[in-house]
Design a protein around this ligand. Structure first.
Ligand SMILES: Cc1cc2nc3c(=O)[nH]c(=O)nc-3n(C[C@H](O)[C@H](O)[C@H](O)COP(=O)(O)OP(=O)(O)OC[C@H]3O[C@@H](n4cnc5c(N)ncnc54)[C@H](O)[C@@H]3O)c2cc1C
Length: 399
């Protein structure tokens, strides 16, 4: 072995945060990054801290919504994690946890919200139903079409790019080497661990370590293939837009239970508008989804996203849009994150999928314990073992 305990693949938020927690616990860690920190979803996301059950969990029927509610335990841990991050990492990460509203405009949407809040309260989250006027008191300027909202005081937003860099800096301060332009292209088991082959500007290189963490976001399934594993993570391309800066206009995070919408005013004054409107993935020369090129923006998504934003919060329509962009993230078959040890490849771990801006720091803290063989039950429901059947005929030979 090369004197490193854990090789982390990917320098997005998850890889940098995990490296930080691992080195704090005494492990020797190196991060291998194909491009640069924040090259993936961590540099493109909306920065929402959404601890209420997300709309995507609610729009596919009650059975999936019930299953998705199992994420609430992690959301509760994430609230505590985020409360400590500004103190730990400094003010640049711009943590703003002053409340979030998920709004409803129709009676059907109110009914969905009520069921959602009931699930959340049962799961220990302090969300509550409020009427339209109470929502407008918390977010003056919210449209009269809003008839009710669920409110959670702990929600909010932070600066996504700054967070990744803050974790990377904290890890570096403890000796973690982050290798940019260092793409993992092959993996094979060797005695006592794994050998990874990386492509660097200076040519290929082999690196070995007893343990590997796949933290490669939407690329994680491709990394899984290097280990002869199926990781059921699917890339999805989403749209984001930002307005020009303006004076303080919107304090809470706004989401919509019946429409795709997330909206917040970032620290610099820009209003960020997103909420999961799709973009179209490009294809590479081999006809596969091209994860290295930005997805194509869809005019219908842009129009739809801005229309909902303007209807729910009309004053946003007075602002100039300065930028729209797409980003690629990963979802799993059951929408829950994939975090933990991979049974078919001892010593290989994965952390990907889900809303990993909100949850990434918590994945990192818990998974670091798991990687270092400390007892950690709280990740069990996110374990790759739940998709073990996909790898019944696969699997890296034991290390
Ligand atoms: C538009 C958009 C909006 C979003 N909004 C929110 C939000 O508001 N709140 C929220 O909680 N979540 C949000 N998300 C999801 C969130 O951004 C992601 O879950 C999170 O950033 C994932 O971080 P990551 O570190 O796992 O992956 P990434 O940030 O994608 O990092 C993966 C890294 O792996 C590297 N890599 C890939 N292949 C290799 C290789 N072979 N060798 C070495 N390195 C490699 C990549 O270059 C990349 O830097 C959003 C996502 C998008 C796209």
């Amino acid at each position: 072995m090369d004197g490193v305990d854990v090789l982390v693949i990917g320098a997005g938020l998850v890889g940098c945060a995990a490296a930080c927690r691992l080195v704090q616990a005494g492990a020797r860690v190196e991060i291998l990054e194909a491009a640069r920190p924040n090259a993936g979803a961590s540099g493109a996301n909306a920065g929402s801290l959404h601890f209420q059950l997300e709309r995507r969990f609610l729009e596919n029927g009650e059975a999936l919504a019930d299953q998705a509610a199992s994420i609430l335990g992690l959301n509760l841990l994430a609230i505590e994690e985020w409360r400590g991050l500004a103190d730990e990492l400094g003010p640049d990460i711009r943590v703003h946890m002053r409340g979030g509203l998920m709004v409803a405009e129709t009676a059907d949407e109110v009914a969905i919200l009520e069921r959602k809040v009931a699930r959340e309260v049962q799961g220990g989250l302090a969300s509550r139903m409020i009427d339209g006027d109470a929502a407008r008191a918390l977010a003056p300027g919210l449209s009269e079409t809003v008839v009710a909202a669920s409110h959670l005081e702990a929600e909010g937003h932070a600066d996504p790019k700054a967070l990744t860099l803050a974790f990377a800096a904290a890890a570096a301060a403890r000796g973690v080497r982050l290798r940019r332009r260092c793409r993992v292209v092959a993996a094979r088991p060797v005695r006592g661990g794994y050998r990874l082959t990386v492509e660097t500007p200076d040519g290929p290189e082999d690196l070995t370590a007893p343990k590997i963490l796949i933290a490669a976001g939407a690329w994680s399934a491709r990394i899984g293939e290097l280990f002869n594993l199926h990781l059921p993570l699917y890339p999805v391309a989403l749209l984001m837009s930002a307005t020009e800066r303006t004076a303080p206009l919107l304090d809470p995070l706004i989401q919509h239970v019946g429409q795709r919408l997330s909206m917040k005013q970032a620290h610099a004054g820009n209003v960020l508008i997103g909420g999961g409107w799709p973009s179209r993935m490009r294809l590479d020369a081999a006809g596969r989804f091209d994860l290295d090129r930005p997805a194509e923006m869809l005019a219908s998504s842009l129009r739809g996203n801005l229309a909902v934003a303007a209807r729910v919060f009309p004053r946003v329509a007075e602002l100039n849009l300065i930028r729209s962009w797409t980003g690629i993230t990963a979802i799993t078959a059951d929408q829950l994150p994939l975090v933990g040890a991979i049974p078919q490849a001892p010593g290989v771990f994965v952390a990907a999928g889900g809303s990993a801006f909100t949850l990434g720091p918590t994945f990192a803290r818990l998974l670091a314990r798991r990687i270092l063989d400390e007892p950690e039950e709280r990740l069990e429901i996110f374990s790759p073992a739940r998709f073990g059947h996909l790898n019944s005929f696969m699997g890296a030979a034991g290390a």
